[in-house]
Design a protein around this ligand. Structure first.
Ligand code: GLY
Length: 359
């Protein structure tokens, strides 16, 4: 990837976080080796791709909101540079997010979110159901109110991964058993040495570095991929986050008429089975908001494991000299990729990170 004039770096994990770190580090002159037996095939491949820190915000998570908002600001530059480096379009969309509510309790939740965002000085616009449908005619009559959040972005997660893989070049597909300061031990017993190791193995990070075992946990999520046909109403143009009788579901459109519907959330260990109940629930909730979805082509269902942390904040920084970490991004791996890569690069360069580390 580069001349390696600045030293050698191993990045363990080839998801959006590991690949972003690897690409940025290689661009800055490090000799980077990425380890992953199936790069680009984990949780990042299952993501919806919404870059929506404001509508993912919850009271008490202000640090996450700030981090997410800063990363959102960096996304257009990140996407532009990635497109130039890889020759591939990362599929960035800028239509914003609509949050919509169905019943009275959902509406109350929406009002609470608008009030909370107002206290943080974030702009949102309250909409009636009719105004929501004027913006997005595909949404059905059960949508009773909404909130428009301009400024949010979305990406096609698989286009981002394809671009990152092209920018990173060759990946070492050896399976890693354990990481330590400057060392990567493989499952075949071999040990490889580097100036610095970056642990970016998502939900598996605790399996590769014992002290993180109780810190990072898998949080299962199932998504559906559907596609409008030429006989159906096209999907909404914006990301739509829906509260449907207390259940949360999001619809993220793709440029080709595709639609990602996500996501369930369970604590189920390392299980990645797609359950019939998960598919049924996502379809049932989505159909209440987007009635035409029942006529869409059903393309795929998949499950991934988000790397959950104790406070929903990612772990980014130095674990020990010669060992950095970038994991625990939970629901926000895609969103936080640009800022994570920049923070890790600052650590590699021995600089004080521009926004402070998160560890
Ligand atoms: N970023 C949304 C999710 O994890 O489902």
């Amino acid at each position: 990837m580069s001349s390696g004039a600045r030293g050698s770096v191993a990045v363990v994990g080839g998801g959006v976080i590991g690949l972003s770190v690897a690409w940025r580090a290689a661009s800055a002159g490090f000799a980077v080796t990425v380890f992953d037996p199936a790069p680009g095939a984990g949780a990042s491949a299952v993501a919806g791709g919404m870059l929506a820190p404001v509508t993912e915000a919850w009271p008490g998570e202000e640090t996450l909101l700030e981090l997410g908002s800063e990363s959102l600001r960096r996304w257009p530059g990140f996407a532009g540079e990635l497109a130039a480096a890889s020759g591939r379009d990362p599929g960035l969309r800028a239509e914003g997010t609509l949050v919509v509510a169905v019943d009275a309790a959902d509406r109350a939740e929406l009002t609470a979110l608008a009030e909370y965002l107002g206290t943080l000085g974030r702009d949102t616009e309250a909409l009636t159901g009719r105004q929501v449908r004027a913006l997005e005619p595909a949404l059905g009559p059960s949508v009773r109110s909404g909130l428009s959040v301009p400024g949010d972005l979305a990406v096609d997660n698989r286009m981002v991964l394809a671009a990152l893989l092209a920018a990173c070049g060759e990946i070492d597909r050896a399976e890693v058993a354990e990481v330590g300061p400057g060392t990567v031990r493989l499952t075949d017993g071999a040990t490889r040495g580097f100036d610095t190791v970056v642990l970016a193995a998502g939900a598996w990070s605790g399996r590769l570095y014992e002290p993180l075992r109780q810190v990072v946990r898998p949080v299962k999520g199932e998504i559906l991929r559907l596609r409008a046909t030429r006989f159906t109403v096209p999907p909404p143009t914006r990301t739509v986050r829906c509260s449907v009788q207390g259940n949360h579901v999001y619809l993220v459109p793709r440029d080709d008429g595709g639609l990602v519907v996500g996501a369930t959330q369970y604590e189920a260990g390392f299980d990645t089975v797609v359950t019939a109940g998960g598919v049924r629930n996502l379809l049932r909730w989505a159909e209440q908001v987007l009635p035409s979805i029942s006529e869409y082509e059903f393309v795929e269902c998949a499950a991934g494991l988000r790397p959950g942390s104790k406070d929903n904040l990612p772990l980014i920084g130095e674990l020990e000299p010669g060992l950095l970490v970038a994991t625990g991004h939970h629901r926000n791996g895609m969103l936080l990729a640009p800022i994570t890569a920049d923070l890790v690069l600052s650590c590699l360069l021995g600089e004080k990170p521009p926004t402070g580390g998160v560890l």
